[in-house]
Design a protein around this ligand. Structure first.
Ligand SMILES: Nc1ncnc2c1ncn2[C@@H]1O[C@H](COP(=O)(O)OP(=O)(O)OP(=O)(O)O)[C@@H](O)[C@H]1O
Length: 276
């Protein structure tokens, strides 16, 4: 097998005074080049902490996180800066305003990763930005706008264009459609499907909604209270979930439900999970 893009081994992350609050425990995950992995879990399960650990931004208390062969929790400042500049790992947030500077045009925002890479001329960057705009179905006439002048769906497409323009190997999408209305949600999910069909970028798609990741990912992991409780092909997780939490999730997603989870079954699963 070629070198994994992501190789997480026994990862533990703790927060708080004397590191008492355990956000992740014993997480082990290998992601091969070109794989698209969904990370599912309820609020507080540890999804964003896992993503932050991949970016080298979480207080790792146990285990290792290797991204494209680099031990990201142990990079020097210089190595971290260089890794950031390379643009090899990109992140798309739920709220695109977090990645877009309100005082710069969206053209400047999308150009920035290419400027940081420092490999292309100004004219080449302008052309690459234009092409990336079209690839995410944004009209060129929007290039000179500021993010506040765009709709939520347009802004998220700008954030995706910015994340893709420098040719990342790993793209982390953290709840990318949760804040959008259903028409824009469908549009972004289609865009991600096309991205999968036309590039070999590796995807980590974080969501609390199994339905959103089901059409995009080959594999799904389920986090529950800081632990990976399920890891398998998405089709299998959706049709034959093993962990009680995953069974509850599948049972409450009308588009995924293979068989009805009635009130009695739901109560039984909740009791198994000790959910109040
Ligand atoms: N910076 C922090 N300081 C203290 N505790 C934190 C910090 N970041 C996360 N946590 C805690 O770690 C646990 C996991 O949080 P995390 O944000 O990873 O969950 P999540 O699955 O992404 O949830 P959500 O869907 O609500 O974003 C939670 O108990 C959270 O309160």
């Amino acid at each position: 097998m070629s070198e994994p893009v992501l190789d997480i081994d026994g990862l533990g992350v703790h927060f708080g005074r004397r590191a008492r609050r355990q956000a992740l425990s014993g997480a082990t995950l290998r992601v091969a080049p070109g794989e698209a992995v969904g990370i599912i879990g309820e609020s507080g399960a540890g999804k964003s902490t896992l993503a932050r650990a991949v970016l080298g931004l979480a207080p790792v208390s146990a285990g290792t996180v290797r991204v494209l062969g680099r031990d990201v929790a142990r990079l020097s400042r210089r190595e971290r800066r260089e890794f950031g500049r390379s643009g090899l790992v990109q992140y798309v947030f739920q709220d695109p305003l977090r990645s877009l500077d309100p005082d710069r045009t969206v053209e400047a925002a999308v150009a920035e990763p290419l400027q940081l890479q420092g490999e292309l001329s100004r004219a080449e960057i302008a052309e690459a930005v234009r092409r990336q705009f079209l690839a995410v179905e944004l009209d060129e006439s929007l290039l000179g706008r500021f993010s506040a002048q765009l709709s939520g769906g347009q802004r998220q497409r700008v954030a995706i264009a910015r994340a893709l323009v420098a040719g990342p190997r790993l793209l982390i999408l953290d709840e990318p459609v949760s804040a959008l209305d259903s028409a824009n949600r469908v549009r972004i999910l289609r865009l991600l499907q096309r991205l999968r069909a036309t590039t070999d970028v590796t995807l980590l798609f974080i969501s609390h909604d199994l339905g959103s990741v089901a059409g995009i990912t080959d594999r799904t992991i389920v986090l529950y209270r800081g632990r990976i409780v399920e890891d398998g092909p998405t089709a299998q997780v959706v049709t034959a979930p093993e962990h009680p939490y995953t069974r509850l999730l599948v049972g409450s997603a009308p588009t995924l439900r293979s068989g009805p989870v009635d009130g009695t079954e739901r109560a039984r699963l909740r009791a198994e999970l000790l959910v109040p």
